[in-house]
Design a protein. Structure first.
Length: 616
């Protein structure tokens, strides 16, 4: 297991890169207002790969506008304008923003708590004017004519570079324009968001662009449609996944694997309802903490029922059905439980952000001295499962107590130490996210790195002090007293839908044989060979292989091309020679060679690849 970062993400964590990107955002905003003075600016943060700024402008930005903005940015960079931080009085700032007629900045200013320092950053200064960057080469781009009183500023907490000239040797580009609502609220003004990317070297930019091109080729939404795996049906509303037959086959394989792995790992499986009385969610605290992410209630015989956003309270109720003894611990209960959460339509994204999804939830109830062992066991199971699906490179984060939390210092310290102990015993390197834990306990989050170097939030392990207390959970201790159990939440996939989307993109739809929805397709040269092909098909299916026969009646060449487009791992051509010899002409996606195999030989070869969870 490695936490080493790729060439793309390594500099992504440096403070200098964040300063670079933040400065690029301000330079872009200055360029926009230089070219289009009527434009209002809103916010312009950094992102994982660059930056963006949201603008309010009556006309839509065009590709030609982006080219002009890029040119203007390079002029500003070549001018080597100083970037100056200034602390300013609230009343003064408000007066200036009112004079400039910047309503969005006025709203941001109003939301800054009283007594908090207010700062702005200037590009240029009334006193300094312009100086040529000492390293700037002769260019066809004319210098920006910065007069002594021309400069730009924005309300901002920073940080930034010292001057625009420091961007001279860096690499940036503007990528796209998208719609965005002010504050992400559909009821607010619709803005235009210009995205850009920025890197410390042209080589990093080139690598990023290559990765972006690969990501587009692997887009699970496009592949899901082309390979007939799933759809999001508009007639049913957004964010709800329809698993088509081929996608459902893969899901069945995943679920079967998951159940077997958990049974072998000492878990019992649960099934719980999809809704419950609203009072349950008030007791658990979800109604208070997650109300905005919950769907509206429905009335059933004068009682309010809530469709579930979480599985946790259901497992607690199952626990409370009986009084448990310390001798029974640990109790490990797992469920593939479908939950429903309200997500704004603008945030929905294929399988990655949906309104209904199935979590591979599990909860462990244990004694205080069992916590470290149980967490280590979860880490071992997580490594086994993710490795079998092709993920062996992770980034691990340990998140500690936030400012707002429940529980005593003593129990937080013990739980955090148990997490550290388990990680140390596992031998995994990890990063510490101070204050990043949940309000109810510390946690371990695991991000998996895919085939093109992207990190995806996946597995999580969380210690919970909140639910045992809220539900007054008890067990009979060795001394006969009633005590609270320790509750551990954990998920390995996170959700089946999102994990499936990650799998699609990781493999670019070219699944290893054990996951492929169709493992082998029989192609017949003519109808004369169809009876033999049907006999082979029946024997393959009886042995458990996901096999089918091409029924199109097309010419062989077209059948082969179509099978390649559908990423079928194995195709078996059946002509008259194969019928006479009782063989099959085998072609695989990962080999240019053809083989003549008897059916038993083919089955043995395929089963070996399935057992190894590899491509054939």
């Amino acid at each position: 297991m490695s936490t080493a970062s790729s060439t793309l993400s390594a500099p992504n964590s440096t403070e200098q890169l964040q300063r670079l990107r933040h400065t690029c955002a301000h330079v872009m905003a200055m360029a926009v207002q230089n070219l289009f003075p009527e434009t209002k600016v809103t916010i312009g943060p950094t992102t994982e790969t660059g930056f963006y700024y949201d603008f309010d402008r009556d006309q839509a930005f065009t590709p030609e506008d982006l080219d002009a903005i890029s040119t203007q940015m390079r002029r500003i960079i070549k001018a080597n304008l100083p970037i100056i931080r200034e602390q300013v009085d609230r009343d003064q700032m408000q007066a200036e923003l009112e004079q400039l007629q910047e309503p969005y900045k006025l709203e941001i200013l109003a939301q800054i708590p009283a007594g908090e320092t207010i700062t702005r950053y200037f590009i240029g200064s009334p006193d300094t004017g312009r100086t040529q960057h000492p390293e700037a080469e002769a260019s066809l781009i004319e210098p920006l004519p910065v007069a002594p009183n021309e400069f730009w500023w924005d309300l901002c907490s920073g940080p930034h570079l010292n001057s625009t000239g420091e961007l001279h040797s860096k690499a940036f580009m503007l990528e796209s324009v998208a719609g965005a609502y002010w504050r992400g609220d559909e009821t607010q003004a619709q803005l235009q968001r210009i995205y850009g990317t920025a890197w410390e070297t042209p080589k990093q930019l080139k690598a990023y662009l290559h990765q972006k091109e690969e990501a587009q080729r692997r887009d699970h939404r496009l592949l899901g449609k082309n390979l007939k795996l799933f759809s999001i049906e508009d007639n049913a509303g957004g964010g709800l996944v329809f698993w088509h037959p081929r996608g459902a086959r893969i899901r069945q394989v995943i679920e079967t694997y998951w159940r077997q792995a958990h049974t072998q790992g000492g878990y019992e499986l649960l099934y719980t309802p999809h809704m419950a009385n609203l009072d349950l969610w008030k007791t658990s605290g979800h109604f208070d903490f997650y109300r905005d992410s919950m769907f509206d209630q429905m009335e059933v015989e004068t009682q309010a029922y809530q469709i579930k956003p979480m599985n946790c309270p259901f497992h607690v109720l199952t626990y409370q059905h009986d009084l448990h003894s310390y001798r029974e611990f640990p109790l490990r209960w797992a469920e593939l439980g479908t939950v429903y959460r309200y997500e704004r339509s603008g945030t929905l994204h294929g399988l990655m952000r949906v309104r209904g999804f199935t979590q591979d939830d599990a909860h462990i109830f244990c004694l205080p001295d069992q916590v470290a062992d149980e967490i280590l066991a979860v880490l071992d199971l997580t490594e086994t499962v993710l490795s079998d699906f092709g993920f062996r490179d992770y980034e691990v984060n340990l998140s500690t107590r936030p400012d707002k939390s429940v529980g005593s210092d003593e129990i937080w310290d013990l739980a955090t130490q148990d997490l550290r102990t388990a990680l140390d015993r596992k031998g995994w390197e990890y990063l510490t996210d101070e204050g990043g834990g949940a309000f109810y306990g510390p946690k371990i989050d695991l991000k998996i790195r895919d085939a093109i170097g992207r990190l995806w939030q996946c597995s999580t392990i969380q210690v919970d002090f909140n639910l045992p207390e809220r539900f007054k959970m008890e067990y009979v201790a060795a001394d006969g007293t009633r005590q609270r159990p320790i509750m551990i939440h954990r998920a390995i996939f996170g959700s089946l839908e999102r994990f499936f989307g990650i799998l699609i993109e990781n493999y670019a739809g070219d699944f290893p044989l054990w996951l492929a929805p169709v493992q082998i397709r029989l192609l017949v040269v003519s109808d004369a060979q169809r009876p033999y092909a049907l006999e082979v098909l029946e024997q393959l299916q009886q042995k458990g292989f996901r096999a089918e026969i091409d029924q199109t009646g097309e010419r062989l060449g077209k059948q082969i091309r179509q099978s390649a487009l559908e990423k079928i791992p194995v195709v078996a051509v059946v002509g008259q020679k194969e019928v006479e010899a009782q063989t099959l002409n085998i072609r695989t996606r990962h080999s240019e060679e053809q083989e003549l195999l008897k059916l038993p030989e083919l089955c043995e070869k395929m089963q070996s690849a399935i057992d190894a969870k590899q491509h054939i």
